[in-house]
Structure formats: C-alpha cells, structure tokens
Ligand binder design. Structure first.
Ligand code: 5GP
Ligand code: MN
Length: 329
C-alpha cells in the first residue's frame, strides 16, 4: 500500500531531509504545555537523527505529563532553558508551534540558531523558519514526521510507538481531523508490531485519582447555553489546590464536554497565575479557531485555545460566551 503525497509536500520533505543529512547538530522543541503530538514527534525524530549519527537534543519549556512517560526515550527530554545552549546546535527543529512564542522560554535559544525548520499542522503559522512545512490537512505533526522519518531511513518499533501516540492523541483516537493518510499511516505503524490497544489505554484509560477528583469539582460548574449547543466548565486555582492537581490533570475534560449529544462547542476555562487559559472543541460545524485567533490564540477548526492575561475567570467566561451567543438563535 503506497501512501501518495502531493508534489508540494514531497518537495518540503526533501528539503528538510537534505538539511537533516547535511548538518551535524540539532535542537528539537515543541510548544508550552507539551502534549502527546509534540512528544511523539520529538522522540521519533530524535531516534531517526541518532540513528544517522547526529548530535541531537530535545528541550521543551515544560516537563512531560506523567501519562507519556511510558514512551521509549521519554527520559532524554530536557527542560533547561539557558540561552548559552544555542552555541551547541546548528539547526533548530520546531514542531507543532503556530508561532515562536508558543515555544515559551526555548524561543530565546531557537532565535539564536543559524537555521530553523518549522513543521506544523495548525491553521495559522507565522512561517518563522528557514524551511516552513505547514499543512493543516495533516491530523497531527506526528503524521508529518512519519514521512520525514520514512524518507530518512527505516522506521523502527520505538518510533512507531511514538508516532502512533501522536496520531491518536491529536485525533482523540480517530474521532476528528483525519487526513487522507491517517489510517494508512496508522496501519503502517501497527505493522511494525506495536500494540495499538495498549498505547490507547495508556493515554486515555489511566486517569489519576487527582484528575478524577478535579473533574468532580469542575463538573459542579458545568453550564449549557439555552439551546444546549454550547457547554462550558471551569477549573479554578482553588480546585487545583483541593484536588492536589496540576494542569496536566485536566487532560480529557474539554473532550468530555464535546462528547455530550447535541453539544456543538465545548469550552474549558482554567484559572492560572497570570490569567485564564481557554480550551475549545467543536464537532466541526463551528470554527473555534477563529474565536481563539481573536484573543491571540490559535489551533484548528475543531480544537483551539487561547490565553487571556490579567483577567479573572468569570470575566473571561463572559467574553468567550459572548462570542458564542449567536448560537442561541
Ligand atoms: P488545547 O486547548 O488542548 O490547549 O489546544 C488545542 C489546540 O489549540 C492545539 O492544537 C494547540 O496547539 C492550540 N492552542 C492552544 N492554546 C493556544 C495558544 O495560546 N496559541 C496558539 N497559537 N495555539 C494554541
Ligand atoms: Mn498537534
């Protein structure tokens, strides 16, 4: 079974692979609050580069959530952010970031590097790289990295586990944003003798007690609009404290909202020290990315987010709900 890419995509992959083959040292990073797509992509590319004898490191702003620690090589991912690190690398590979600010503290290091490769599948991307491979039709950056790794050499089982994780994480187990290639790529990864059921269970069926307690508290704030097409929920700092939970323990909350029959848009508000993080999900009829973009955020039509600084959670709730008010009619 041959997976056919467009000529444009093939050209981008060739350009990227040429740099990967010709340069010696690479720094791989992804976005703040690193997620399954970013981690899977990073590790798979790390392994591919190591196999061809390159110097490579993965450095992110934030630590990886505990649920991804089962991934092979997850222990190599670092979180240091000293600008001095820049002198150690020739090329920065930025994955799954619509703009460089999304790399958080790692932006400072990346900006000092002589060459940047930007690989992303978000609708909006500021094209900050020397090579920019941006295609929102892909399910995940993992799916894009699959083609890069495939071109570089044989994909091994460890890489397959990571890439499969990227794909099922970003599609929420094949429930949205599938590309023309997703199922063929998944099949190719499964053929490498990975255990797809075990990977899905690790990601979606191993909720921690903190997460469940936090969810119980958050459910008390569940709200619907009049037509029950919009559903929202809040997680306050007080709730995080009471549940002894962190941001990573909200994994799956907003997906729960969108899993309700008849609900078109789910919105989760998370109170943080410097403002409120908004996560939105849509069944596809409503474009939540356009709302996120108005508040300096981004994402995809069906999954988007933004951060409203220096505002209280009630205020942010009112602002975002106003954006969705037209759905009342
Ligand atoms: P989540 O709500 O799970 O944090 O993110 C959903 C999607 O929106 C992801 O693709 C994520 O990368 C993107 N996203 C979330 N927050 C932001 C943001 O503040 N800025 C941008 N550009 N994208 C975001
Ligand atoms: Mn992604």
């Amino acid at each position: 079974m041959e997976v056919k890419l467009s000529l444009q995509n093939k050209k981008k992959i060739e350009d990227i692979v040429e740099v990967l083959k010709n340069k010696k040292s690479f720094l791989i990073t992804s976005h703040i609050n690193i997620d399954g797509d970013g981690i899977g992509s990073e590790i798979s590319l790390y392994i591919a580069l190591k196999k061809i004898g390159k110097k490579v490191e993965i450095i992110n702003q934030d630590r990886i959530p505990a649920i991804f620690k089962f991934l092979p090589f997850s222990e190599v991912i670092k979180t240091v952010s000293n600008e001095e690190e820049a002198k150690n690398f020739e090329v920065g590979i930025v994955i799954d970031c619509g703009n460089l600010d999304r790399a958080g503290k790692i932006k400072k290091i990346i900006k000092k590097l002589p060459f940047i490769i930007n690989i992303d599948h978000h609708l909006t991307n500021s094209q900050f790289g020397n090579i920019n491979w941006i295609d929102p039709s892909f399910s995940s950056t993992g799916e894009m990295i699959y083609f890069v790794c495939d071109k570089l050499g044989n994909i091994d089982k460890n890489q397959a586990v990571c890439l499969y994780t990227s794909i099922i994480y970003d599609t929420y187990c094949f429930t949205h944003h599938l590309s023309n290639y997703t199922l063929d790529v998944a099949k190719k990864l499964i053929n490498l003798k990975i255990n797809p059921e075990k990977i899905a269970q690790k990601i979606f069926c191993e909720k921690s007690i903190q997460s469940v307690i936090l969810f119980k508290l958050a459910l008390e704030t569940l709200k619907f609009n009049k037509k029950k097409k919009v559903c929202s929920m809040k997680v306050t700092k007080e709730m995080f404290k009471r549940a002894k939970a962190k941001e990573e323990h909200t994994e799956g909350f907003v997906e729960f909202l969108i899993s309700i029959k008849g609900v078109e848009v789910g919105v989760l508000f998370k109170e943080k020290d410097k403002g409120v993080k908004v996560s939105m999900r849509s069944k596809g009829n409503i474009d939540v990315e356009s709302i996120a973009q108005r508040y300096n955020g981004g994402g995809h039509r069906e999954a988007a987010g933004c951060f409203l600084e220096n505002k209280g959670i009630e205020e942010v709730e009112a602002i975002i709900m106003k954006e969705l008010q037209w759905m009342e009619f």
